[in-house]
Design a protein around this ligand. Sequence first.
Ligand code: CA
Length: 366
Amino acid sequence: MKRRDFIGALAGATATTALTACGQQESAAPAAAKPMETVHWKMVTTWPKNFPGLGTGANRVAELINQMSGGRIDVKVYGAGELVGAFEVFDAVSSGHAQLGHAGAYYWKGKIPSAVFFSTVPFGLTADEMNAWLYNGGGLKLWEEAYKPFGLVPNPAGNTGTQMGGWFNKEINSLDDLKGLKMRMPGLGGEVLKKAGAIPVSLPGGEIFPSLQSGAIDATEWVGPYNDLAFGFYKVTKYYYTPGWHEPGTTMECMINEKAYNALPDDLKSIVRNAMKVANLEMLSEYTARNEEALQTLIEKHNVELRYFPDEVLKELKKLSSEVIEAEAASDPLSSKVWASQKAFMKQVTQWTNVGEGAFIRARNL
Ligand code: CA
């Protein structure tokens, strides 16, 4: 089609559509010259609507896709419970009821045992290291392999950075102090707690505060100061423990329904996946910037007592974590393959992290 004819054919189209379609015509085959109708996508999430960091991170993915596509894709975001429940996100996107799902891969451990390795494992990779494994160490390819049978395309779409160890009403001075404790902790961290004699509970974010308040659970972890302040856990607990040994740098995901994704032209495919890459960076920056402010508010305004887990407790938790992870990996062929990749990467990258950033952080604190 000649350019003049092509523009003429677009006479009735809106300005936005005409511009994007013209841009496309330069490089695409003639078949793509037909102006595309706006694609309407639904994004379901496991977070309360607009929840700081996580919910707003999901909104940001949608906003970036809308902006970068020049309006050719229109994504509408639904908070947990609006369209489907928090833990129904995976099925909703897999079935095509929604096209996008913003969540954490470890919530799907019951369906895909290897999924936990794509969010975080206890005493595992930091946010930077996790991105290095996903983008440059073969991690994302393995994640795609894990989600493929469910008709899903996974993407990293945010990271909380190192999380906090959780909220308690008693001090944790030895592993015995964890015995019988009902604590909200999902994923492999929860399995480690179970081995330590505690009773792990998995609850979506919105249900944690009422459960703590009613005494249904004794303790909880959630994310870090920025999010934990917003949920008000300081009102019902006394001690705030660090570090978040169970979540050293948790990757959030945005899964795409594979059929919906494959129906897009290549430029929109690239826009969708790169919007998620931008959101991945932005969320980590937001947490890094906001956590310290929130921590000071918790300590100074709400009299929260900050505590460090004793080294002996951490050493024992690390040993139990290794047992839990190895058993988890051995129970499923894909988990075994994924863990072998992540473990080898962690061994290698840890040496560099210690020599590079580790040595520098030590120097800066002298
Ligand atoms: Ca957490």
